[in-house]
Design a protein around this ligand. Structure first.
Ligand SMILES: Nc1ncnc2c1ncn2[C@@H]1O[C@H](COP(=O)(O)OP(=O)(O)OP(=O)(O)O)[C@@H](O)[C@H]1O
Length: 258
């Protein structure tokens, strides 16, 4: 499903975070949203599934999301938040079952239970099915939340820093899983990410946010350049090409002020 943002703007009170964002995101792509701390990456992601009420228009497959019911949005858009804080006791199985909510009434069907088991297996989480979510490590919790989003069978998957609490091995495992889902099901993945090398390696499109606007957007080879890294992050970096993908070696931060 294609997602299109037209002149999207958002402010927290008087503080403008997004200003006139117009971008087109195509199905079958992994789109990385990058930019400095506070640039508005999480805010942009929260607008796409209407957690936040924005100005402007967001179209999912040509439908204005402001005209859709929340259940309709949940059947199309899965969301993995940055913070997985949980207060009540819940098993991993039930947590992933929550992803089936847009499809079920007050009780789950055999089909839903099978779907949850299939996803737990896919993410290598079956052995944790009966464990309390709150007692898992940060990385395990992150995988469970990704499993919950996949249980929604979304056409658009929004991931807010999906690999931030994962070790190197689990980062690769999750990113490869996401890559294979995109290829198999032609879904659109939009993820905010700080690691530019990870973005360059896995993303088809990188959107750089800075000062409420899209600073630049395009394929990694066009976006990950020393000039862009300097102007967006204030960092002098070398960019090398490895297996046709750019990777950056940050050298030093440019000193600001007197
Ligand atoms: N609930 C909130 N109330 C007020 N301001 C907020 C709120 N959430 C975020 N902000 C502010 O909005 C701006 C954008 O925040 P956002 O979390 O979208 O940025 P980000 O690019 O995801 O940042 P980071 O890379 O640090 O996670 C920041 O200045 C932040 O302080």
């Amino acid at each position: 499903m294609e997602v299109r943002l037209e002149k999207v703007a958002f402010s927290y009170g008087k503080s403008m975070v997004l200003d006139g964002i117009s971008i087109r995101l195509e199905p079958g792509n992994i789109v990385a949203v990058c930019g400095p701390n506070g640039a508005g990456k999480s805010t942009l992601i929260k607008c796409i599934n209407r957690i936040l009420s924005f100005k402007g228009t967001i179209l999912i497959s040509e439908k204005d999301i402001n005209t859709l019911k929340m259940t309709q949005i949940s059947q199309q858009v899965g969301y993995v938040p940055q913070d997985n804080a949980q207060v009540f006791s819940i098993s991993v199985f039930d947590m992933v079952m929550m992803g089936r909510r847009p499809y079920i009434g007050w009780r789950s069907r055999e089909k839903d239970r099978e779907k949850v088991l299939e996803i737990l297996e896919l993410l290598g989480l079956s052995h944790l099915g009966f464990r309390d979510f709150n007692q898992l490590s940060g990385g395990q919790q992150q995988k469970v939340i990704i499993a919950r989003a996949l249980a929604q069978e979304p056409d658009v998957l929004l991931l807010d820093e999906p690999t931030s609490s994962l070790d190197l091995g689990h980062q690769l495992e999750v990113m490869e899983l996401i890559q294979s889902l995109v290829a198999e099901k032609n879904i659109l993945v939009v993820m905010s990410v700080h690691d530019l090398n990870l973005a360059a390696w896995y993303a088809d499109q990188i959107i750089m946010l800075k000062e409420c606007k899209v600073a630049c957007s395009g394929v990694p080879g066009d976006i990950i350049t020393p000039e862009n890294i300097l102007s967006i992050y204030g960092v002098v970096a070398q960019v090398k090409i490895e297996q046709e993908k750019p990777y950056i070696i940050p050298l030093h931060k440019v000193k600001t002020g007197g």
